[in-house]
Design a protein around this ligand. Structure first.
Ligand code: ZN
Length: 93
């Protein structure tokens, strides 16, 4: 099992987009084709709730305008950074 964490790209947001990549089945990708691309998962930011798409390269993208091929790749983060942030927010909220 592998957990992927990515930093949210919303300005001022310190949240993370976290998902497990263990259950992805490449054979099942046809059933989850969305926005013109294959999508494994649609995780949301842990803090602002913005939704992102996980595409078959194990990168998380911000689908600005996928129909025109416009998207941004999120910066990959370490899962420990996410856990540290989870602890921080537990005390501040
Ligand atoms: Zn966010």
């Amino acid at each position: 099992m592998s957990i992927e964490a990515h930093k949210c790209n919303v300005e001022g947001c310190k949240g993370f987009i976290v998902f497990e990549n263990a259950d992805f089945d490449f054979k099942e990708m046809d059933t989850s084709k969305k926005h013109g691309v294959y999508v494994f998962d649609e995780p949301a930011c842990s803090e602002c709730g913005k939704e992102f798409l996980v595409v078959p390269y194990y990168v998380v993208i911000d689908a600005i305008d996928l129909w025109n091929g416009e998207y941004k790749e999120l910066e990959s983060a370490c899962i420990t950074a996410f856990e540290r942030r989870q602890k921080e927010t537990r005390y501040t909220t």
